[in-house]
Every structure is written in structure tokens, then in C-alpha cells.
Design a binder for this molecule. Structure first.
Ligand SMILES: Nc1ncnc2c1ncn2[C@@H]1O[C@H](COP(=O)(O)OP(=O)(O)O)[C@@H](O)[C@H]1O
Ligand SMILES: [Mg+2]
Length: 335
């Protein structure tokens, strides 16, 4: 029995590729394109302890959102399972599927996620009333309490989403999620669409809420700078796989995987704070297509340390120290 509140156990997800006409013709001719699929997530296992925030970081397209959607039960994995407290996040099935309410989400785009025809008060109260967490009579006070918690005013309940800024809308989305009294909050790029100054305010709000409510979070971001302030641990993802995992301080101070190092080097302020104008070093090469990821270690074509085995063998996410994991075949840990 594990003490983890959230566990992802070897989850994988592929998406069938919508074929172009040219591809369909090629398939008819036996070119084998019909089997092509995007390998969004490949056998990822992660655990989150109660009260912990796990940051999930990686470049766009590496599978973070897919993994997040599996963790909440919005998306069924092809293999493996997503559990909360040892129970599946999706019950029944294949359908109708009942999703747990114990995990709630905050998404990137607060403009798309709030119904423009509903007042803020109804947006926040809808779920808790539907699930019997609060009676309609008690809902106004309940809503006011949650609005206050996220830094909004009670009279904001009577307004519509368009009357708010992006940052305020994201506060509404957070209030709506928390009003469901979830055990876990999955946040997928919740500040990515906001101005930098507003980003800091929302990150600070998450920090306050974490302290006050003991939140457990999966916090997804392509931006290490956002995640580092919130997360006790970080998982680094590359092309569908977790390549490094460990405490935030350790991973940032002593990155082990060449991809993590490259990622840190591409964010100069983060690693060399105070050293003035550090050189910005973008990661060499391009992200390969998840349709046709390189064999062996997916990172090997961009890796300065790659050797023969890296081109053929999939590295396991192996223990490299206390609470630290890295999926790299190098014996010598160049640090
Ligand atoms: N519904 C979908 N249908 C087809 N491909 C998808 C779908 N969702 C995601 N993908 C593909 O899966 C890969 C991972 O996407 P995603 O999980 O959104 O990555 P990230 O959130 O890290 O940017 C990408 O190549 C993306 O194009
Ligand atoms: Mg995403």
C-alpha cells in the first residue's frame, strides 16, 4: 500500500492521426501510414502525496495536458490507471463514465472555461448545489466565502465573466474548483495566458491557498519559473515520458538528465540569478515528432552525451539518489 493520494500507474495514451487524403491514398497503396498515432503519453508513473504539489514541466506538445486529463478522469488511458486514494478516477465504463468530484481542475484559458451567460455566483454555486455540498438557500453565503478566499468581493457574485479581467476570471475559476471541496487540484498552465505581473499574483494566490487549505496539486506548466515556487517536487517530461523526477531544490540545483540541464540552460535567470546578462542557450535541435519519436532515448538526437546504447535502449526512470529519479543511460553522472 502506498501513501500516495494520487497515483498514475504506467499510463499511456495514443491519439489516432486524422489522415490527409494523400495519407489515405498511400495507405491504400500499402505504405503503412494507417497505423500512425501520436504517442502523447508513454507508460508514465507518478505519485503525489497528500498536501504535496507536484510540478509537471516540459516543452509544448510533450504530453503534459494529456497526462493531466488522465489524472482527472476526463480522458481514459489506453493502458495503466489513474487512482485517487487507491480508487479509479473513472468508474464504470466504457460508458456511462462517472468521474470523481474529488479532483477538480483549473485550465489555462479563463475566457473559454467560464460560461459567459452565467453570473459568477451561479458559476461557483452550480457544482456544489448539484452534488449536495450546499443547499440553494445557503449558496450565497457559501459563494461569498469562496470569492473572499480567492481575493474577490462578495458583490462580484452578481456580475458576468465579461466584466472581469483575465486574472480575475482565473480567480473565479479557482473559486469554482475549490468550492467543490476537492482533495486534489489539477492546474494546467493556469497562468500561461496572463500578463507577467498578473501571473505573479495568481502564483501567490496558489501559495496562500496551499498554506491555508493544505491543497494537493498537480501543477502543469511549460515554465520552470512558475512551477518552482509552488512545487515540492518536479517531474520533467519529454516527448511523452517523464525523464527526471525529484525535489524542486535538488532538480534545479543538480539536474541529472541532459534534457533537464538543457531546459535549465534555456532559462538563464533561473539558474544564474544575479549574474547579470547570462547567455540564453536554447536547446539544440528541434523537438522530434511524437508521431515518429526517435528509438531508444527520445532525447538522444539532441543530447551532447548520447552514445550507442542511447539510440537503441529505452532508459528506465531509475533511482539516482534519495527520492530522485532520472531516465538516462550514462553511468557516470556528470554533474
Ligand atoms: N485530442 C487529440 N487528438 C490528437 N492528438 C492530440 C490530442 N490531444 C493531444 N494530442 C497530441 O498529443 C501530443 C501531446 O499533447 P499535449 O498533451 O496537449 O501536450 P502539452 O500539454 O505538453 O503541450 C501532441 O503531439 C498533441 O498534438
Ligand atoms: Mg498543454
Amino acid at each position: 500500500m502506498s501513501a500516495a493520494l494520487v497515483s498514475l500507474d504506467a499510463v499511456s495514451k495514443r491519439f489516432a492521426l486524422r489522415l490527409s487524403l494523400g495519407d489515405r491514398i498511400a495507405a491504400r497503396l500499402g505504405a503503412g501510414v494507417e497505423n500512425r498515432a501520436v504517442r502523447a503519453v508513454e507508460a508514465v508513473s507518478l505519485e503525489i502525496a497528500r498536501g504535496e504539489t507536484l510540478g509537471l514541466v516540459g516543452e509544448s506538445g510533450c504530453g503534459k495536458s494529456t497526462l493531466g486529463r488522465i489524472a482527472v478522469g476526463i480522458l481514459a488511458p489506453d493502458a495503466g490507471e489513474a487512482l485517487i486514494d487507491g480508487q479509479r478516477v473513472m468508474e464504470g465504463g466504457p460508458r456511462p463514465v462517472k468521474r470523481t468530484t474529488r479532483i477538480q481542475t483549473v485550465f489555462q484559458d479563463p475566457f473559454a472555461s467560464l460560461d459567459p451567460r452565467m453570473k459568477i455566483g451561479d458559476i461557483v454555486a452550480e457544482g456544489p448545489i448539484a452534488h449536495g455540498f450546499v443547499t440553494p438557500a445557503a449558496a450565497p453565503a457559501y459563494v461569498a466565502e469562496w470569492l473572499a478566499r480567492v481575493g474577490l468581493e462578495p458583490d462580484h457574485a452578481a456580475r458576468y465573466p465579461h466584466q472581469f479581467s483575465g486574472g480575475q476570471r482565473q480567480r473565479v475559476a479557482i473559486a469554482r474548483a475549490l468550492a467543490m471541496r476537492p482533495d486534489v487540484l489539477v492546474c494546467d498552465e493556469p497562468v500561461a495566458s496572463l500578463d507577467v505581473s498578473i501571473q505573479a499574483q495568481i502564483v501567490n494566490l496558489f501559495l496562500d491557498l496551499k498554506r491555508e487549505l493544505g491543497l494537493t496539486m498537480l501543477f502543469i506548466s511549460h515554465d520552470l519559473g512558475v512551477v518552482r515556487h509552488l512545487s515540492e517536487r518536479i517531474a520533467i517530461m519529454y516527448l511523452g515520458r517523464v525523464v527526471e523526477l525529484g525535489s524542486t531544490a535538488e532538480v534545479l540545483a543538480r539536474p541529472h538528465h541532459p534534457y533537464t540541464k538543457a531546459l535549465l540552460d534555456s532559462v538563464p535567470k533561473l539558474v544564474r540569478a544575479g549574474s547579470g546578462r547570462a547567455a540564453f542557450k536554447p536547446i539544440a535541435g528541434e523537438i522530434p515528432s511524437p508521431l515518429d519519436p526517435p528509438a531508444g532515448c527520445h532525447f538522444h538526437p539532441r543530447c551532447p552525451h548520447a552514445f550507442a546504447r542511447c539510440r537503441a535502449e529505452r532508459p528506465n526512470l531509475a533511482i539516482i539518489g534519495a527520492g530522485r529519479h532520472s531516465a538516462c543511460l550514462r553511468e557516470e553522472h556528470a554533474t
